[in-house]
Ligand binder design. Structure first.
Ligand code: TRP
Length: 384
């Protein structure tokens, strides 16, 4: 028996993803739910990285009827983004292209200020850099909004205040444990606001939140609020993913918090090759002769896992890599070379779309318009 904890504020140990669903009360994705997504499903879906959810079919069936749907997935700007952070955004972009969904991307700078040992100046710097990465993803600016909690507080705060009244300290404690400060105790009302923004703007419709499974507690709190009679909104649905593996293996999540090496979105080709070849846990054998004879284990091999999860889209190629690895034909070093090359290709594309210069100009097309602000925030002085 191995132990693990998963909350929005800490992920430790080797995660047992099925047991986690029991703990959280979410459901494993069924084949039927999968087949309701646009076809062919995105690799993150068909490879089982997104593996669970809540009310997924409300979103897919509305999308299949060409009705209004939206996607919300956000970022806590506590540092530079790494590979694991970017998957939900590329997935959201795919959903948008396939279904015409509105995409809302909140950046919870307040949350990271409350949770981390960082001052606002540092967090704002990370926020600006993260925004460049979010622009690089290539969402449709007509249908996409980036919202920064402290910069868009005119909209966020009045709504969060409204929802905060529906969240008791006992709920916060039961869902997250004892918060270290009242800021983090209030924050669930802010994230609930994020998840409801598209419905508050465009009326009641299905929203899907594709995100790593550690964020499910925030979604649960929001769903409780959304279920109250006096709000005319649906409970947002969730699409929950496993974590991208740590380079060092062992079932933990790719992270920038420890001292463990991580591949950042800004890493160049050489750095990617160096990190993968030095640190990616190998499912190969102790030496080449033994590997040739007995074969390697792709399921334990982090380079292969990265390819399988996201970085090799072609199904035949991933199957061939696994087969040749098991057969001992493909060596660990060769698998790493291939993975590093694919990851570096992806990052080069990403980096080439990343805007330089004024962050205000780069983000302008994705900010809430004055009309949208006014609709979201009928305030004290607004109704004249
Ligand atoms: N809390 C998330 C994190 O720490 C970031 C986030 C903010 C988010 N709002 C969101 C994620 C809405 C999904 C949906 O990473």
């Amino acid at each position: 028996m191995h132990d693990f904890t998963v909350t929005p504020y800490s992920v430790e140990g080797a995660v047992d993803y099925d047991r986690l669903l029991d703990q959280f009360g979410a459901d494993a994705l069924t084949d039927e739910q999968l087949s309701d997504f646009p076809q062919p499903p995105h690799p993150l879906l068909r490879r089982g990285v997104f593996y669970a959810g809540r009310d997924v079919e409300r979103f897919t069936s509305a999308a299949n009827r060409d009705e209004t749907v939206s996607v919300v997935t956000g970022r806590g700007p506590s540092g530079p983004m790494h590979l694991g952070h970017v998957l939900p955004f590329y997935f959201a972009k795919w959903l948008q292209a396939e279904t015409g969904a509105y995409v809302y991307v909140p950046l919870s700078d307040d949350e990271k200020y409350f949770a981390k040992d960082l001052d606002f100046e540092e967090i704002h710097e990370h926020t600006r850099e993260n925004l460049r990465d979010l622009v690089a993803v290539g969402f449709d600016p007509e249908r996409t909004r980036f919202v920064v909690d402290t910069a868009d507080s005119d909209v966020i705060y009045p709504l969060a205040a409204e929802f905060a009244k529906d969240i008791t300290p006992a709920t916060v404690e039961a869902t997250y444990g004892d918060p270290p400060n009242v800021g983090l105790g209030f924050y669930p009302a802010v994230q609930a606001t994020h998840l409801l923004l598209p419905q508050l703007l465009y009326g009641r419709h299905p929203t899907l939140v594709p995100i790593a499974v550690d964020q499910d507690p925030h979604i649960r709190v929001c769903r409780d609020i959304a279920g109250k009679q006096r709000y005319d909104v649906e409970k947002p649905g969730a699409l929950l993913s496993k974590f991208l593996p740590r380079l060092g293996g062992g079932g933990g999540k790719m992270s920038s918090s420890g001292d463990e090496p991580t591949i950042y979105l800004m890493d160049d080709r050489e750095t990617v090759h160096e990190k993968v070849s030095k640190y990616a846990f190998s499912g190969g054998r102790a030496d080449i002769d033994e590997h040739r004879e007995k074969g390697g284990d792709p399921d334990a091999d982090v380079a292969y896992q990265l390819l399988f999860s996201f970085f090799e889209e072609d199904d035949e190629t991933v199957e061939r890599l696994a087969r040749e690895y098991r057969a001992g034909e493909l060596l660990s070093g060769e698998m790493k070379q291939y993975a590093a090359g694919r990851i570096a290709d992806f990052l080069e594309m990403h980096q080439s779309r990343r805007p330089e210069g004024s962050i205000r100009d780069a983000v302008e097309p994705y900010r809430l318009t004055d009309a949208e602000r006014a609709r979201l925030r009928p305030d004290v002085f607004g109704a004249e």
